[in-house]
Each structure stands twice: as C-alpha cells, then as structure tokens.
Design a protein around this ligand. Structure first.
Ligand SMILES: NC(=O)c1ccc[n+]([C@@H]2O[C@H](COP(=O)([O-])OP(=O)(O)OC[C@H]3O[C@@H](n4cnc5c(N)ncnc54)[C@H](OP(=O)(O)O)[C@@H]3O)[C@@H](O)[C@H]2O)c1
Length: 377
C-alpha cells in the first residue's frame, strides 16, 4: 500500500510541475523542519493542495496534503495561488463523471488567480508580483503554489478584485459565448433561462442587458424568493419567476411587454427545462449547458412539429480546445473590464483555505442554496 502511495505521489508531483523527470532527492524531503532547508532557486516552495487519489464523493476523497517542492524549468512559472472557485464541473471531475478529467491522483480546481512567485530562465513577459490566471483554464488550481509553463498563464490587471479574477473564465465566458453563438440577437430581443441564480445565469442577465437584450428568468421555489427576485432584478433581469408561479396554462400570458424569446438556456433539466421551452417562440432554440437537477429533458412531440423548436448543447471545454486560446484571452480581458466598470458582478463568498471542507459542503448543496464558494489561499 505504501509503495502504491509513493508511486501515486510521484506521478502527482510530475504533473504538478509538468516535468519529465523527478526533482533532485534533497528536495523530496518532507518533514517538520523543512522550513530551514535550503531550496535551490529553481525549486518551487512546497505546496498545500486539495488532492484526490481516487474518484468518488468529493467530501470523502478530497484530502489536504503537503506537496514537496518541484523544479521550475526554464519555461515554467511558479504562481502563488490567491483564490480559486469550487465549480459544479470541479465536483463532477472529482466524482469521475466529467467526460474529460485529469488522471488520479490529481489536484482539484480548474480556474483561479495567482501572483507570480518566480520564473524560469527562459520566461519573458511575466515576473514576480504579476497577477495571472490560467487561460484557457488548467487543472490543479486548488493549491498554494502551482508550477506550469508560461504559455498557460495570462497576465491580468492587479486591481481586479481577486474573486472576480478567480472566476472570470468558466462561467462568465460560457454566458458570453452562449449569447453570441446560437441565435443572432438584436437589441430589444429577449432570452429565457432557468438556473438564473447561478453565476452563469447572473452573467447572462447582465451580458444580455449590455446588448439591450431582455431576460426572462426562472428560479427554484424557495423561502425568501422575493429577495432573490429583487437581487436578480437589480442585476438587470426583466422578469423573474419561481417554477411554482409558472404552473399556469399559458406562461406567456405572464409577460407584459417582452418579446417572445428566440433563445433559451437550460442548466437544470426536468420541469425547469420544460418551462424554458414553453416560453420560446416558434422556431426557437434551447441551449442546454448543465443538468443541476440530474433530471432528463422531456420534449413534447408537438414542440417539434408545431413549434419547430431546436435543442442544442454548449460545452466551454470543447469550445476552448478548437484553437481559441488567443480569442479566449481577449474575451477574458473584456469580461474583466465589465467587472471593473461595475457592469458585471455576481454573488460569491470568499472562504479561507483552512475552511475548505465547509466550503465544499456548501458547494455540494448540503446547506441549501449558497453563493459561489471561492477559496482564498
Ligand atoms: N457547459 C459548460 O461549458 C458549462 C460551463 C460553466 C458552467 N456550466 C454549468 O452551469 C451550471 C451553473 O454553474 P455555476 O457555476 O454558474 O453555478 P453556481 O453559481 O455554482 O450555482 C449553482 C446553481 O445550480 C442550482 N442548483 C443547485 N442544485 C440544484 C438542483 N438540485 N436542482 C436545480 N437547480 C440546482 C442553484 O440554484 P439555487 O440558487 O436554487 O440553489 C444555482 O442556480 C452548472 O450545471 C455547471 O455545470 C456548464
């Protein structure tokens, strides 16, 4: 068992540094007095990381581990992580149900922000103190020091609030792309979505508003729904309905002066997806990008025959692999500029790293609806 663990840890370390060869033996020592050991200038500091050695329930398989220093190769940048969110897809990767996931053992997390700690001899354009995000996102952000090639990192404005920098890619970029890529929307048009309280949902509301597009939003029934509705309206939502409110014959009769939407977004499935379909106009499109309720989507035959609805899907990770790195960074800069101008904001809770377990419980939904959990290292 000990040998297996050692082999696994070595594999993990190789990946952590993205290296082909293991670090020199002196750097592998992990012990209580490690603080006074002399590190070579080409080694990273040790890293505290959320590691999972097998797939399974995140609250069971995730362990906090001290990882030894790894070499910083010529082309590498060692980043002291500042913050990283717990996204639903991070949870799915740990559970082993996400289509693309790092081999175990692995460090959790896929996006985040950090400050450059040190750079390899061939690195240009990045130096200690710079703030960077992995762009496109890259696995292993739930740790105090990440070492990755310079090409992974995108320098951002240090004045950006760290929680926005940490979360700007996975969800806001998804919202941006989905608004752009499926239906040619013009100012005055409308979109409909469920899961409106999610970060993606909050971003859709605001990015739509920036373009003069109106939004119809569906949320789960809950105590305090009026407060949630008010919050979403402050972000620019035109209409917000609980699922229960939509148990009427003709949902469109609830809309006052909003155009029938040609585009809808679904991240929930089940009844919440049917509600999005009900709002869509003739020939409309529903884009599914998540399945939070784990329930299937049911579509009536008549929706196809008489309404000619289209069902599409969106997956950011697929979009990013198709040669989009440069474009991705331009969009990230655009999205960050919207956060600076106050046109894009969303609910988050910054949680100290030593409270990771309770943040994970919240992200797993154990405590009911919660704001996005963002770990502060
Ligand atoms: N396809 C892609 O490329 C892509 C990219 C980014 C995100 N996503 C997906 O988008 C969705 C939202 O992600 P996020 O990070 O923005 O979410 P988030 O901020 O973490 O919020 C979670 C959302 O899920 C809802 N929810 C949680 N459990 C639910 C359940 N059992 N039934 C119905 N709704 C439930 C919550 O509603 P309450 O407020 O009512 O609790 C909240 O709106 C996720 O499914 C995620 O996987 C997909």
């Amino acid at each position: 068992m000990a040998t297996v663990r050692l082999v696994q840890l070595k594999a993990l370390l190789l990946r952590r540094g993205g290296t082909a060869s293991p670090p020199p033996p002196r750097a592998l020592f992990i012990g209580p007095n490690r603080g006074i050991r002399a590190f070579s200038s080409t080694m990273s500091p040790p890293s505290k990381a959320v590691v999972y050695e097998e797939h399974g329930p995140p609250d069971t398989v995730c362990k906090l581990k001290e990882l030894p220093p790894v070499p910083i190769k010529d082309d590498d940048v060692c980043v002291k992580m500042l913050a990283a969110p717990i996204n639903p897809s991070d949870i799915n990767r740990i559970q082993g149900v996400y289509p693309v996931r790092p081999p175990v053992p692995a460090i959790g997390g896929y996006e985040g922000v950090g400050e450059v700690h040190s750079v390899g001899s061939a690195v240009t354009g990045l130096g200690p103190g710079d703030w960077v995000i992995p762009s496109p996102p890259s696995s292993g952000t739930w740790q105090t020091y990440a070492v990755k090639e310079q090409s992974v990192w995108h320098k951002i404005d240090k004045r950006t609030p760290m929680e926005y920098a940490a979360t700007i890619t996975v969800n806001p970029l998804t919202a941006l792309r989905m608004l752009e890529d499926f239906v040619d929307l013009k100012s005055g048009d409308a979109v409909v979505q469920n899961g409106a309280t999610s970060i993606v949902g909050q971003c859709i509301i605001q990015l739509a508003r920036v373009r003069g597009i109106r939004s119809i939003n569906v949320i789960r029934d809950r105590a305090g729904s009026d407060e949630v509705k008010e919050k979403l309206k402050k972000l620019g939502a035109d209409e917000v309905f609980t699922e229960g409110q939509l148990e009427v014959k003709n949902v469109k009769s609830l809309l006052a002066d909003i155009a029938e939407p040609a585009l809808g977004f679904n991240c929930v499935g089940g009844n919440a997806a049917s509600l999005v379909l009900k709002f869509l106009k003739q020939g409309g499109t529903m884009v599914t990008y998540g399945g939070m309720s784990k329930k299937p989507i049911t579509v009536s035959t008549s929706s196809f025959i008489f309404k000619d609805l289209s069902l599409r899907g969106f997956w950011l990770q697929k979009w990013l692999t198709s040669d989009k790195a440069e474009e991705c960074r331009d969009m990230i800069d655009y999205l960050l500029s919207l956060t600076s101008s106050g046109e894009l904001r969303y609910d988050m809770e910054l949680v100290p790293f030593n409270q990771f377990t309770s943040a994970l419980d919240k992200a797993l939904g154990k405590l009911g609806s919660q704001p996005k959990q963002v770990i502060k290292f």
